[in-house]
Design a binder for this molecule. Structure first.
Ligand SMILES: [Zn+2]
Length: 325
């Protein structure tokens, strides 16, 4: 079994996911009086069997499990929570507003946003109809495949909670999702970063139809708040450990500056739609799934630049055409 001991009192478990990131890192925090679990992984038979092996080897089902905290509502974190919480007889916990969001978005029957609204949104930004239809089909398949816990224990930003001997500080961060929950452990100066800060990948920050209006502004403001921490080691939900969160945050801030400058450079050549700009920004081949995140990312940048007065929407157009302000 492939385990990780990133800092004293924390065990990391690689739970496989059928996504390019390959694993979700789930963590078990020893409190000296039972444990707290962070993230569950995606609901697949491979993921369930990794948890079953871990439970058998550690006797986790005979220990006190205070709660299973899920950092955010994406299926590679929340998907298996309903099963694991039942298996270990423990409540699922989330930031309060993130829990509300997950219940709203993952209703099995009615989609949270009408397909026509989604279609109109992407058409306006120049995405070809055949690609939009594929995305809508993926949405539908995903919604049916996900079981959401019926109730949540909830936390608020800056809650400080003592569980056993362990102090946990909850920090809410926007941008990747609107209310992602991170946990800071002062005893070991470690930060469970969820998907907010990753060691190599730049976490996706997308403008979604019906979502936050300026997610990149939220993301950058959230990252800047992390810089107040004393250079913790980062325990992320994917990939390898982050030896210094502050250092990685500085790199991410710079990455977004560079991308903003690149988009402004393209717009200096003339007005453009988000889809065309996406194709210029992301030159490597993308499958339809990745393309959606790329379009969302480009739009997040365009709306950020618009909020800062660098870019505007050309007036009198049916389609959204961005130009230099
Ligand atoms: Zn993830």
């Amino acid at each position: 079994m492939n385990l990780l001991q990133p800092v004293s009192g924390v065990t990391g478990l690689f739970v496989p996911v059928p996504l390019p990131v390959r694993d979700t890192n789930c963590y078990v925090l020893d409190t000296q009086d039972g444990v707290v679990i962070v993230d569950a992984g995606m609901d697949t038979s491979d993921a369930r069997s990794v948890w079953e092996d871990f439970i058998r080897e550690t006797g986790l089902d005979r220990q006190k499990v205070h709660f299973l905290f899920v950092t955010h509502f994406h299926p590679d974190h929340l998907g298996l929570a309903h099963w694991l919480s039942e298996r270990l007889q423990t409540p699922v916990a989330m930031m309060r507003q993130e829990a509300a969001m997950s219940q709203r978005l993952h209703q099995p029957k009615s989609p949270p946003i009408e397909p026509d609204t989604v279609r109109a949104f992407y058409e306006r930004h120049g995405v070809p109809a055949v690609i939009i239809e594929h995305w809508l089909a993926l949405d539908k398949a995903l919604r049916g495949a996900l079981t959401i816990p019926t109730s949540f224990k909830t936390f608020e930003h800056q809650d400080v909670v003592r569980v056993g001997e362990l102090e946990l500080r909850f920090l809410e961060q926007g941008g990747h999702t609107a209310h992602q929950g991170l946990i800071y452990l002062p005893a070991t100066n470690a930060l469970l970063t969820g998907d907010q800060v990753l060691a190599r990948i730049t976490p996706n920050v997308s403008l979604w139809p019906g979502g936050e209006e300026n997610p990149l502004a939220e993301y950058l403001a959230s990252l800047n708040r992390l810089l107040e921490l004393p250079h913790p080691v980062g325990l992320p939900a994917h990939e390898t450990l982050i030896s210094d969160v502050n250092h990685r945050v500085a790199e991410l801030l710079q990455h977004h500056d560079v991308r903003n400058a690149k988009i402004l450079g393209f717009l200096d050549e003339g007005p453009a739609q988000a889809y065309g700009l996406t194709r210029r920004l992301f030159q490597r081949p993308l499958d339809d799934y990745q393309l959606r995140f790329a379009v969302g990312e480009t739009l997040a940048h365009l709306e950020f630049l618009r909020s800062r007065g660098h870019v505007q929407l050309a007036s009198g157009m049916e389609t959204a055409l961005y130009e230099r302000a």
